[in-house]
Design a binder for this molecule. Structure first.
Ligand SMILES: C[S@@+](CC[C@H](N)C(=O)[O-])C[C@H]1O[C@@H](n2cnc3c(N)ncnc32)[C@H](O)[C@@H]1O
Ligand code: SF4
Length: 376
């Protein structure tokens, strides 16, 4: 029996070390447990497999540091996942050896997302990163040698101590590697992390500079020929993309409001009107699945209005028009008229006469604020 869910997320939580700014579901070390975790994760996948379409379109293996997972466990996991047009694995630069790149390639991985964060040594230190700028460059070259032709780099900006010239340097270094895709995240100071505690005042100063950084990022990357296709995401386009659509197809599924299945600790699934979030405890996850039960989960019912609101919030992050049909109940018409008047939103009919919305560049810089006001 097959279902119609076309996107699969797999969470591998293990990291060599915990970076101070990160509040993802991660577990430090525990190499002795990687194999057992993969075993039970595959049990969870088997229990859920019937919801997946055959074939699925995208698989995303995220973390944590998937590339830090003990190689035999990683190989076993990748071999058991359904094949897909796009199979992405997240990797930390210092873990990318020729052996790992070959393992990924032989296992059907089509895309690697590398966490570079910054190329500025003193800022790497602030972030407590293990990888040096040379590790990032080396990782890209190693992936190219293993014939990966779809590599993404993650960078963050608004790091304590970062100056605009540092950001320019990071962007230039990233562009010199000619990645197919770039994600540029505003560094979020997660409440309760020791990072936020340690850098409070400087994070305040950075938050005031964020809009300027964002504009700098967009100006530099679009001038270099990248498409600003989502608030924080850029890809090569036109001739430089060789005719390929290099947007992150897995994430595009989220932004288009498609259903997805997530397996592993902390993983989230959206299945019709139900959102499920697996618990973050590895011990409870392993115990439940080893006993033949579902892992502990939080369930949330999504009513049609909530779904429509999410669809508007996510859809307006993209550079393509969002069809109003199906989400009209979530749009405040008076606010929309004001936004159109103020040059933040364009409302127009598509080829079939249906009303669509898209943010103007100015609206996109203001981002979430514009969308929040648009919601009924
Ligand atoms: C799931 S994380 C893990 C990737 C990988 N382990 C690494 O550290 O490179 C994916 C991306 O989220 C971003 N990220 C993590 N914490 C963040 C934060 N506090 N604010 C903004 N972006 C963050 C980073 O750019 C990171 O590469
Ligand atoms: S940023 Fe990446 S490597 Fe660092 S703790 Fe988070 S997931 Fe692990």
């Amino acid at each position: 029996m097959t279902g119609d869910v076309r996107h699969l997320y797999v969470h591998l939580p293990f990291c060599a070390h915990r970076c101070g700014y990160c509040d993802f579901v991660t577990v430090v070390g525990r190499s002795g447990q990687h194999g057992a975790y993969v075993d039970v994760l595959l049990c969870e996948l088997e229990r859920e497999r019937a919801v997946l379409a055959d074939p699925v379109e995208t698989v995303f293996v995220g973390g944590g540091t998937p590339s830090f997972t003990e190689p035999e466990a990683l190989r076993r996991l990748l071999a058991a996942l359904p094949p897909a047009l796009e199979v992405t694995v997240e990797a930390n630069p210092e873990t990318v050896t020729p052996a790992l790149a070959t393992l990924l390639r032989e296992s059907g991985v089509t895309r690697v997302s590398l966490g570079a964060q910054t190329f500025t040594p003193r800022l790497l230190e602030v972030l407590e990163r293990v990888a040096s700028p040379d590790d990032v460059r080396g990782a890209v070259h190693t992936l190219r040698d293993a014939s990966f032709d779809n590599v993404s780099l993650d960078l963050v900006y608004g790091i304590p101590g970062q100056e605009p010239s540092d950001l320019d340097h990071d962007l230039a270094e990233a562009l010199a590697l000619a990645p197919e895709h770039l994600s540029l995240y505003e560094l979020e100071a997660k409440r309760g992390t020791r990072f936020t505690h340690a850098w409070g005042a400087e994070l305040e100063r950075q938050s005031e500079a964020m809009e300027g950084y964002f504009e700098r990022v967009v100006a530099t990357l679009t001038a270099a020929g990248y498409r600003w296709y989502e608030t924080a995401n850029f890809c090569l386009t036109g001739g430089r993309a060789g005719g390929r659509d290099l947007r992150a197809q897995h994430n595009l599924g989220y932004w288009h409001g498609s259903d997805y299945l997530g397996v592993g600790i902390g993983a989230v699934s959206t299945l019709g009107g139900l959102r499920r979030r697996n618990g973050a405890s590895i011990a409870r996850y392993v115990a439940a699945l080893a006993a033949g039960a579902d892992p502990p989960r939080e369930l949330e019912r999504l009513d049609p209005l909530t779904k429509a609101q999410e669809r508007v919030m996510l859809g307006l992050r993209l550079d393509e028009p969002l069809a109003v049909r199906g989400v009209a109940a979530a749009v405040d018409r008076a606010a929309l008229a004001r936004m159109v008047q103020g040059g933040l939103v364009v409302a127009q009919a598509d080829a079939s006469g249906q009303e669509t919305l898209v943010l103007t560049p100015r609206g996109r810089f203001l981002g979430g604020g514009v969308t929040a006001e648009l919601l009924a």
